[in-house]
Ligand binder design. Sequence first.
Ligand code: ADP
Length: 421
Amino acid sequence: MRLGVIADDMTGATDVALMLTKSGMRVVQTIGAPGPDWAAPAADAVVIALKSRTIDPADAVSQSLAACRALTAGGASQILFKYCSTFDSTAKGNIGPVADALADALNAPLALVCPAFPEAGRTIFQGHLFVGADPLDESPMKDHPLTPMRDSSLVRLMAAQTQRKVGLIPFATVAKGADAVSAACAALIAEGCRYAVADAVTNDNLLTLGAAAAAHRLVTGGSGIALGLPANFPDTSARGDVRRFEAPSGRAAVLAGSCSTATRAQVAAAQAAGAPNRAIDVGALARGDLTAADLADWALSQSSHAAPLIYSTADPASVADAQKALGVGRAGELVEQTIADTAALLIEGGVRRLIVAGGETSGAVIQRLGVRALEIGPEIAPGVPWTKVIDGPPIAVALKSGNFGGPDFFARALVMLDARS
Ligand code: ADP
């Protein structure tokens, strides 16, 4: 392993893992803070997915330090601390406290702070973070329920979370290239700064920053900053390649527990295309008239060439009815657990390629299957790769957050694997 990444949430981890994969690295994502039995997987980059964005800062620090120790012990010479491209945090953290702890652990004299992700409209100019045309504090992020962002100055936002001095590398310097950025870093260190907020408006700027950070032990930022890091490890860039990704062969199935607009369109498209499909009746589940075993038996009795679709996906009125009858929490949990149990039975029955729609639903399935590590494969839709379980059952799995992907997502994902096998 050359590069270690600590991501503060699961979707962010997959996002940065995909970015590194597309830049030519072989990437493995592991789930949760490493315990004593954690062994570094064979990969150019390892991304550890934590859920530390809004937990108590002390817990975030200890989980991140455990991840850092595991990654450096596994051979990582550089650590990227990945947070959200809208710098989701509060004055208490957790970006500042985690970055401080990592910088100390790694003896890093200075770390870049760069959440820019121009492709998603997140740019930084004079240290101010923009979401599209709006400064961060005028974007919808100002009203986020957990991390409302009420300032756009990353220098001030970072300074509020750390005792250490925060400086700026302005656009005019970044535009001059990597040597100018390196000189600016040295000047900031001489001034006593430990963090350098770096402007970036384009992907070229991110490549410049990546090149300038070649010798940095710690880099912090969004998934955009990962764009320029693989080039610092030329021996990996040449050989890591998603073309090497091989999905296990075997039958496929689709489990949809999301009720988002995009997933509803995907379920409708699969039905229109003639895929065998079965709805989960939440009332029948609650009465015990329908079980995961019934659903799995139905799916396994379909032609092994078809990818059966089992879905709880429903319109808002049906969801509201189920929630009224059972309570929001109970309805969600019942559906999630049923889908997770169904997934386990399908795998026992020989399914080797699984698509799961829904963020929470995916979490429940991953937990039920005991998955601890994933190899990142080719991109199906922006932000959603095929993955292969490398610590857990021998399957390929695509975990799709509800609103991701176009209407043909399921078919597209399956065809993509067929074309490779
Ligand atoms: P998304 O990524 O779209 O937010 P999630 O899986 O994260 O999807 O969340 C969907 C939630 O809705 C889950 O807790 C799921 O169990 C629940 N759910 C799914 N279908 C139904 C339904 N028909 N009635 C009630 N709750 C449902």
